[in-house]
Design a protein around this ligand. Structure first.
Ligand code: NAP
Length: 494
């Protein structure tokens, strides 16, 4: 598979090299009714290709395959599971150019960002290949002295994994990696906008030696209809979901009926705090990363900028200059930095949020609208004097819009930052060590970027508090989400 990155618009020959059917029990199969669904290129609005559109019965077949494979997979040597992950890591990096172009075509991000995501996804496989052989338990004598206690870590069992479109490869890898390491089988349901990356990832895992039935992939336009019976049926023992808080709440309720374990990586509304003593260059570099990574379509995206009134003017002017200089273009073109948003509805929402802020008194320093032409592009935008009541302060913008408010008191700004139902990440910029730790401790979030615009790393725990979710992905704790601890208790008789 060789990709080229010239400005060509017919990508059919390229996309057709990748699987587009369902993966069930190790076989690539059509959906039961033979139905297909289109995959759109958001940079052109054209259909790239079609993939199988699973019906609920296909979901049941996929789960049956996962259930059938569970016992043998749990008994497979950890070293074997580790080596499969390591082989998949190597294959992902060997195929980085093709995978990056595939992702750019279905999702919109620039090739540079897509390459970064392939590396990031691969690192989850390398990290969990190392964790697979470090699962441990315990052997103790209880404090009363009358029992021996053995604690074994066992896979939770068949898992349902549901992923969003914004990081189509990494969100899957972040779940599949620890599930394989722990010895769980899976049904993956990717987002309908970006099924190709998930199918390509599954093909790589099979090539790396993953046995039939361990990973099953169902692409569908009928997500709720397909997954609800699986969650209520009792055979799925774990749901790992990444997506919006609204959908997460629906799924949590469904999981209640069969007491299914959950990991929930949900939405965010990240505050970005720039104090008067911040190194402004550091804060600006980080602002560009935290705002513009993935065109702002990230759960970790800086959503509310709070800048001390003493430094707000130079910060805003320089941010506007840098945002205006970005090249907005289809992601596969040389030098493209800002690709399209995922679809027309997302672009319309961003436009509506900007208009609402302007109607409440905000001033547009850069951007502020969509360029002419095809695709769902939106210009990198900077707004100042944003009123706190503006809708974009309480909603995830999920687009390239930096909304700046000012402050003059530390306690006030922390209270403002925490005044949201979400708590995924916060960014803090200061050179005062006491302030850095005080504010980091006081923010109600799962992660803090301290003088840094990027927090995620496969070796560290990723996740939020409040309505941003439950559980953590990555780090030493990432594998625990897929393990149950089983106690074997024996009386001591002498
Ligand atoms: P979404 O609308 O919640 O969809 C996420 C996934 O859930 C998709 O595969 C979707 O498929 C599926 N889904 C929707 N309704 C469902 C239902 N009733 N039953 C079963 N599955 C259902 O979110 P999105 O728009 O794709 O992604 C953006 C959101 O994800 C943002 O809120 C973002 O913050 C969040 N996110 C969080 C993290 C994190 O780690 N915390 C990372 C990335 C993204 P359909 O589209 O077919 O319904």
């Amino acid at each position: 598979m060789t990709a080229t990155t010239d400005q060509f618009t017919d990508f059919s020959g390229f996309t057709e090299q990748f699987p587009r059917n369902l993966l069930i029990g190790g076989e690539w199969v059509e959906g039961g009714a033979g139905a297909t669904m289109p995959v759109e290129n958001p940079a052109t609005g054209e259909t790239l290709t079609v993939v199988a559109d699973a019906e609920p019965a296909d979901g049941a077949r996929a789960l049956a395959a996962a259930v059938a494979a569970q016992r043998d997979w749990a008994r497979t040597a950890p070293r074997k599971r580790s080596e499969i992950l390591r082989a998949a890591y190597d294959l992902l990096l060997a195929r980085i150019e093709d995978l990056a172009l595939l992702m750019t075509l279905e999702m919109g991000k620039s090739l540079d960002e897509a390459r970064g995501e392939v590396r990031y996804a691969a690192e989850f496989f390398r990290w969990f290949s190392e964790e697979a052989v470090r699962i441990d338990g315990g052997y103790t004598r209880v404090p009363a002295g009358d029992k021996r206690a053995l604690v074994l870590a066992a896979p939770v069992g068949p898992c349902l994994l549901i992923t969003p479109w914004n990081f189509p490869l990494a969100m899957g890898a972040r779940k599949i990696g620890p599930a394989i390491a722990a010895g769980c089988t899976m049904v993956l349901k990717p987002a309908p906008q970006t099924p190709l990356s998930s199918l390509a990832l599954a093909a790589i895992l099979i090539e790396a030696g993953l046995p039939a039935g361990v990973l099953n992939v169902v692409t569908t336009s009928r997500a709720g209809e397909l997954t609800e019976p699986l969650l209520r049926g009792g055979e799925v023992r774990k749901l790992s979901f990444t997506g919006s808080t609204a959908v997460g709440k629906i799924l949590l309720a469904q999981c209640g009926s069969a007491v299914v374990r959950t990991s929930m990586e949900l939405g965010g509304n990240a505050p970005f705090l720039v104090f008067s003593d911040a190194d402004l260059d550091v804060a600006l570099d980080a602002a560009m990363q935290a705002k513009m990574r993935n065109m702002g379509e990230a759960c970790t995206s800086a959503n509310r900028f709070y800048v001390h009134e003493g430094v707000a003017a130079p910060f805003a002017e320089e941010l506007a200059r840098r945002m205006s200089a970005l090249r907005v273009a289809p992601g596969w073109l040389e030098g493209a930095q800002v690709g399209p948003l995922i679809d027309g509805a997302s672009r319309d929402k961003v436009q509506r949020l900007v208009r609402d802020a302007v109607s409440r008194g905000a001033t547009v320093l850069a951007g502020g609208g969509a360029p002419e032409g095809p695709g769902y592009f939106y210009r990198p935008t900077v707004l100042i004097d944003v009123a706190a009541a503006s809708e974009l302060c309480s909603a995830e913008i999920f687009g390239p819009v930096a909304a700046i408010q000012t402050f003059n008191d530390d306690d006030d700004v922390v209270a403002l930052a925490n005044n949201t139902p979400w708590g995924l990440v916060g960014y803090v910029f200061t050179q005062d060590v006491d302030r850095a730790f005080n504010v980091s401790e006081d923010l109600n979030v799962g992660m803090v970027g301290l003088n840094s615009g990027i927090v995620s790393d496969p070796a560290t725990p990723f996740g939020g508090v409040k309505e941003s979710g439950l559980g953590r992905e990555g780090g030493r704790v990432g594998i625990d989400e897929f393990l149950d601890y089983k106690l074997i208790s024996m009386p001591i008789r002498r």
